[in-house]
Design a protein around this ligand. Structure first.
Ligand SMILES: O=C1O[C@H](COP(=O)(O)O)[C@@H](O)[C@H](O)[C@H]1O
Length: 255
């Protein structure tokens, strides 16, 4: 129950996914404007799955013309260890549904290296993030030194997983690495890399976008009044910055 009231304030329930997508575009565009003006860059972390579809209003007028895309730097919360043109690739999904439709400089899109093993790709991505922290493209948390992204757009699976952090898996407890890998993901494909919870929770803003009645149980476990002590990964999302929930009626149907 602790923290329920502050979460309550940041939870929006929309009649439809269409309404959610409209509001999400306004929210992202507003933050983009704010960060572009205050620090000349906007670091955005994408997830895979259904999230990308919910970003579709951003690539339509008025936002396509209003957003300063040159300030965007795009990252992934997680990626599957498959070639970039594979249907399971989160990059592939984001490219087709979003990135190919915006005038973002190609060098500002930080995809995972698909030529490497899971271990190698995780190390390589962490090295990339360290370089970008050093040159101040990515901010750093004053609290713990982890990279502090301006906005992290997280989806959630019906089982309550976020990024590639799954319930009961030891990776949810990783507290040193920035990026790690999994070779036994319960959801296929089995090999993935993922940001860790300290990085997720260092974010300045997190939006959790959850659509569909199939996710209502995990939403209830997180936002409902009878909280369990065996936390789902989504319940471990607790940023130093602001957390905003975007739910459709189905996802909120058990609250
Ligand atoms: O496997 C993954 O699943 C989650 C949730 O996907 P969704 O299709 O149920 O929204 C996603 O956020 C993550 O990035 C992805 O790799």
């Amino acid at each position: 129950m602790a923290g329920a009231s502050s979460t309550e304030k940041n939870k929006q329930v929309f009649e439809s996914e269409e309404d959610l997508a409209v509001d999400l575009a306004e929210y992202v565009a507003h933050l983009s404007d704010q960060f572009a003006k205050t620090r000349g860059a906007f670091t955005v972390v994408l997830s895979g799955g259904s999230l990308v579809k919910s970003l579709r209003k951003l690539v339509e007028p008025p936002y396509i013309d209003l957003v300063d895309w040159s300030k965007w730097h795009v990252f992934w919360a997680d990626e599957r260890v498959v070639p970039k043109d594979h249907p399971d690739s989160n990059y592939f999904l984001a490219y087709n549904g979003f990135l190919s439709k915006i005038p973002i400089p190609a060098g500002n899109v930080y995809a995972i290296n698909d030529a490497l093993s899971a271990e190698g790709a995780a190390d390589d991505y962490e090295t990339c993030l360290k370089h970008l922290v050093k040159n101040r493209t990515i901010e750093v948390s004053e609290i713990n030194g982890f990279p502090k992204f301006d906005l992290m757009l997280l989806g959630m699976g019906p089982d309550g997983h976020v990024a590639s952090l799954f319930h009961g898996h030891p990776l949810v407890k990783e507290n040193k690495k920035w990026v790690t890998f999994i070779k036994d993901s319960p959801k296929p494909p089995p090999e993935r890399i993922t940001l860790t919870f300290p990085v997720i929770n260092a974010s300045a803003h997190i939006a959790l976008i959850v659509v569909g009645a199939g996710k209502a149980d995990a939403v209830r476990s997180t936002l409902g009044s009878d909280q369990d002590t065996d936390l789902l990964p989504v319940q471990m999302v607790s940023p130093d910055g602001k957390l905003n929930w975007f739910l459709d009626k189905g996802a909120a149907s058990k609250l």
